[in-house]
Ligand binder design. Structure first.
Ligand code: CAA
Length: 686
């Protein structure tokens, strides 16, 4: 096979089997076939005394080829058989690992008789993130080699471990300093005559006398994290089987559970999301050769919660930040919060003291607006007011060097209007971070009418550098994420007046898998956001709550009452306000079904998402899903609002909305795209 990604070469008496399947050496069919052929070659050639499996490019095998899932190729020369053939080789097989040995890649390594790795190598079984489990013997071999506690943690979280941790757990036999291949061949020379061969599937010492309570304890300790997901439990059951059953029977359990998960909707949703996330960084209509601008120094305007959080992203990535405030007190407070956040992370072991000091050393706090002059990118993070933003951008235009990118962190306002006050609208872009900005992965990159292509390309690349997932949004009120919140909140508040309670509506959302419902979210963010600040002007429920100081968690009272540990209980005061409001507006209260809540809050979001798509405010339906999963905690096992709508069936969504249309009144209008797709039996995402 001349065009096989697998090649072999004899180094004296060691057969080096090399995979060259960019970008990540995924174990597609040709790779699997090549590996089997290589082992057969080793068996057939008496001159071969041992085998080294290695990969070229950025990484060792990063797992099964996810794009093959569900296609006929996935059923040919399947990986479980391939790894059994490797393990069954009569000559020692050594996996030589660099980059990331993930999923099926780690299973190849586990089936090898020995594993050696460079110090920077990482190991993991991320299948759980794809809604599945390591289905090529991984759930059976990993606990046998690395022990049950580590196997449980790795398999249920997808977390990667370092070469040092892997070595301590017995997962690798040697850490290689220097040239990997050269040392791996030397290692193979050392072990070539040792018999019997160490066979992972035959190892029993780490699985034979495990206290069965380990599994229930693990389930209990992680119940919150695993809530709603099918795959973590299936992984646990397989590892449990490894401790109770002979290897061959354990593998049968693994196979059954793998097939169950693979045919379920969660795996489809999570695998869809894997590609959705990667697709989000691609901007339609921009030539591949557009070069990004260099960003070596960033300015942040405003040292409040948002500005400070934004600054931390760049500091953590080693990019110097100048942060500007209007008053010394605010500047000191902001800088203090940044330091406190870093120290809290260091206390949890996420940073070393040197890293904290390194990051803080890159921060230049100042009251001097002129200090922004030589920044390559300036992000404005002051409060939401168009006049204030216009004033700031006029000043930025006069101060900051030509060629710099001028960005606003606005979450709603019109970027084009902001850009229009500058002499360089092509350099203006929206960079909408989500709070807390140093934690949340999502970044909405708002493309103005005049934003230059290289500015967008720079923003997308920079997002990667600061470990964010960026999605391009068009200019519209609330962009993608917040715009979809608008109908949800509007209908949720109307439902309160019609007879539902905050707790009932929130429960529907939490049961659906959201981290919190609309009223819990309102209390957390602040009921007073956007309030007109006139306690005598009471036009909405929110006005009524704000007027009596019920601004949310920060005041100990909002839609709920809070105790000193911020635990919520339903509020009789709020209930009375709601009922009074209903009476005043002449609304007859009735029993509200959970189904109606779903239709009026979640289906309306889908309808808004469809409008965003048809107006071209999102490039693709999957981008909307990425926004909602990373920005608002939409359960990834439901794939995001648009994928979920497809799963429900678009006609069902339309029917549900039609059933509620009269109640929603003139606030609601159908997306033509949704109606058309439903009528044609089409989907948004597949
Ligand atoms: N299958 C197919 N394509 C893959 C892939 C996989 N397992 N892993 C990565 N790719 C593709 C990506 O889609 C991307 O393609 P485009 O350039 O066309 O967008 C490209 O490889 C590069 O990927 P990243 O952008 O993610 O690159 P990175 O350098 O940031 O990260 C990585 C590299 C850590 C390997 C990361 O890609 C990753 O985590 N991949 C997934 C690993 C995984 O989930 N493996 C388990 C697979 S399931 C399995 O193995 C089941 C089993 O038991 C048999």
């Amino acid at each position: 096979m001349t065009d096989s990604p697998i090649s072999t070469q004899l180094h004296h008496d060691i057969l080096v089997v090399t995979s060259n399947n960019p970008p990540v050496n995924a174990l597609g069919l040709a790779v699997r076939q090549g590996l089997v052929a290589a082992i057969a070659e080793a068996e057939a050639n008496d001159a071969v005394k041992a085998v080294v499996i290695t990969c070229v490019g950025q990484t060792f095998f990063a797992g099964a080829d996810v794009s093959e899932f569900g296609t006929p190729k996935a059923f040919e020369q399947m990986l479980p058989t391939v790894v059994d053939i490797i393990e069954g080789c009569s000559k020692p097989v050594v996996s030589a690992i660099h980059g990331t040995a993930l999923g099926g890649g780690l299973e190849v390594a586990l089936a090898s008789h020995y594993r050696v790795a460079v110090p920077t190598a990482k190991f993991g079984v991320p299948e759980v993130k794809l809604g599945i489990l390591p289905g090529a013997g991984g759930t059976q071999r990993l606990p046998r080699v690395a022990g049950v506690p580590l196997a449980l943690e790795m398999a249920t979280t997808g977390k990667m471990i370092s070469a040092k941790e892997a070595s301590a757990a017995g997962l690798i036999d040697r850490i290689i300093e220097g040239d990997l291949l050269q040392h791996a061949v030397a290692f193979a020379e050392e072990v070539k005559d040792i018999r019997p061969l160490p066979i992972s599937s035959a190892k029993q010492d780490k699985v034979s006398s495990v206290d069965p309570s380990v599994f229930d304890d693990f389930r209990k300790a992680n119940a919150r994290k695993f809530k709603g997901f099918d795959a973590p439990e299936a992984n646990i059951q397989c590892i449990e089987a490894a401790t109770k059953l002979p290897y061959a029977e354990g593998v049968n359990v693994e196979r059954t559970k793998f097939m169950e998960l693979m045919s379920g909707i969660q795996a489809k949703a999570q695998q869809y999301f894997f590609f959705a996330e990667r697709k989000a960084s691609k901007i339609d209509g921009i030539a591949d050769d557009v070069k990004p601008r260099a960003i070596n120094k960033v300015g942040v305007l405003g040292a409040g919660t948002m500005g400070g959080g934004i600054a931390m992203n760049f500091l953590s990535a080693g990019i110097p930040v100048t942060i500007v405030e209007m008053a010394q007190e605010a500047l000191d407070r902001g800088t203090g919060v940044i330091r406190k956040n870093y120290e809290a992370s260091a206390a949890k072991g996420r940073f070393t003291t040197e890293q904290v000091e390194g990051a803080m050393g890159l921060l230049s706090p100042t009251l001097d607006f002129g200090a922004l002059a030589d920044c390559d990118l300036v992000i404005e993070a002051v409060y939401e007011n168009m006049d204030v933003k216009k004033e700031i951008f006029t000043k930025l235009d006069a101060t900051v060097k030509q060629g710099a990118i001028l960005a606003s962190n606005t979450s709603y306002l019109n970027i084009d209007e902001i850009a229009a006050v500058t002499s360089r609208p092509q350099d203006v872009v929206g960079l909408h971070f989500f709070s807390p900005a140093n934690v949340m992965k999502l970044l909405e990159v708002v493309r103005g009418a005049k934003t230059a292509d290289d500015v967008l390309v720079t923003a997308m690349q920079l997002a990667k550098r600061i470990k964010k997932v960026a999605v391009v949004a068009g200019v519209c009120y609330g962009f993608i994420g917040n715009r979809m919140l608008i109908p949800r909140h509007r209908e949720a508040e109307k439902l309160l007046l019609e007879g539902a309670t905050p707790a009932q509506i929130d429960k529907v959302h939490v049961d659906f898998g959201m981290p919190m419902g609309p009223f819990q979210m309102g209390d957390l963010a602040g009921v007073d956001i956007g309030w007109h600040r006139d306690p005598t002007r009471i036009e909405t429920l929110r006005d009524a709550l704000c007027a009596i100081d019920r601004w949310g968690q920060k005041k100990g009272a909002g839609f709920y009452d809070y105790d000193d540990k911020r635990r919520p209980t339903p509020s009789p005061v709020v209930q009375q306000i709601i009922e009074d409001f209903s009476a005043k507006k002449g609304i007859e209260r009735r029993e509200i079904s959970d189904e109606e809540i779903v239709q009026r809050t979640l289906y309306t979001m889908v309808n808004e998402g469809a409008k965003i798509l048809e107006e071209g405010m999102a490039q693709r339906a999957s981008d909307i899903d990425v926004v909602w999963i990373y920005g608002y905690g939409w359960p990834v096992y439901r794939g995001g609002p648009m994928f979920w709508a497809d799963t429900e069936g678009l006609q069902k969504i339309v029917d549900g909305l039609k059933a509620q249309e009269a109640r929603m009144g003139s606030d609601f209008s159908f997306s033509q795209l949704l109606l058309d797709k439903a009528a044609k039996g089409e989907k948004f995402t597949r």
